[in-house]
Design a binder for this molecule. Structure first.
Ligand code: 13P
Length: 293
């Protein structure tokens, strides 16, 4: 059974490690994330953005895929199925579709509206045992074609959001989605420390987990981050592995692989293996390996 992310993140916060949140886009990514978590005895959060949900055929399809694969592969570690950066309607749809965790991202709304909508989502989600992530201070970068500048959240706003009954809070501390620019000045660990002190021990979430130096990841975990979101890194390794496979002529229909070269399972395997290796690397860095043993 898939579980809410509340308990696993409380444990992570108490144990000073972080649970990896990995976005999925298809069956191969889903399988790579679930099997690696199981092999490493690590809890995991598997997530979809609104765009990926649409691509995969809708949230009910995502929920059915993740649940049935989880059961069929006999995954025994805690797995939460989470909506990443959902708007209000998407959060409601995922609560209905059987997700076990949702992020309502009202960070682009006026704070009062963000607060009101977050409260409604919390009430509904909690009545079904579903965990809720909220956000203050937009995370910069580009995701699903939407670009936002990075913000540094005000600890007072974070305290207000944390008081609404949410289970974990994403707060901008200079992190952005995607590749960091060469002149990026790093995470504001001092502000994170203030946010942590102001938010009553709620697990904090670090978005934009691709490209942050390892020492800053460790410092973030030390200062209250218990969930780290990774997407771009998996996209990159998946694409690179697939392109390398094709460039090596292994999918060349005119060569020795005339028929086999078209086998989609073979074509997608290098990307699948590359995602598994990336998920493993992140779980080791975040310290979650063995925590579900
Ligand atoms: P990256 O794409 O930078 O890894 O960030 C992922 C993320 O924060 C998803 O919410």
């Amino acid at each position: 059974m898939l579980v809410s992310a509340a308990e696993m993140l409380k444990k992570a916060k108490a144990g000073h490690y972080a649970v990896g949140h990995f976005n999925t886009n298809n069956l191969e990514w889903t399988k790579a994330i679930l099997t690696t978590a199981e092999e490493l005895k690590s809890p995991v959060i598997i997530s979809v953005s609104m765009g990926a949900g649409k691509y995969m055929g809708g949230y009910t399809v995502v929920a059915a895929l993740v649940k049935s694969m989880h059961d069929s592969l006999k995954i025994s570690v805690p797995v939460a199925l989470h909506l990443d950066h959902g708007n209000y309607d998407a959060a409601l749809a995922c609560i209905d579709a059987g997700f076990t965790s949702v992020m309502f991202d009202g960070s682009s709304l006026p704070l009062e509206e963000n607060v009101e909508k977050t409260k409604t989502i919390v009430k509904l989600a909690h009545s079904k045992g579903i965990s809720v992530e909220a956000e203050v201070g937009a995370i910069g970068g580009t995701e699903d074609g939407i670009t936002a500048d990075g913000e540094v959240a005000d600890p007072k706003d974070c305290a207000l959001m944390a008081s609404l009954g949410i289970d974990f809070l994403a707060a901008g501390i200079g992190n952005i989605h995607g590749i960091y620019p060469a002149d990026w000045t790093g995470l504001h660990i001092d502000v994170l420390n203030d946010i942590n002190a102001a938010t009553n021990n709620i697990p904090l979430v670090l978005h934009g987990g691709t490209g942050i130096p390892d020492d800053q990841i460790r410092a973030a975990i030390k200062n209250g981050v218990s969930k780290i979101n990774v997407n771009t890194d998996c996209q990159l390794v998946f694409a690179e592995a697939t392109i390398a496979y094709c460039a090596a002529g292994k999918a060349d229909p005119s060569g020795d692989n005339k028929e086999k070269g078209y086998d989609p399972r073979k074509l997608l395997k290098p990307g699948y293996e590359a995602i598994k290796a990336k998920v493993k690397e992140k779980m080791e860095l975040f310290g979650s390996v063995g925590k579900a043993a």
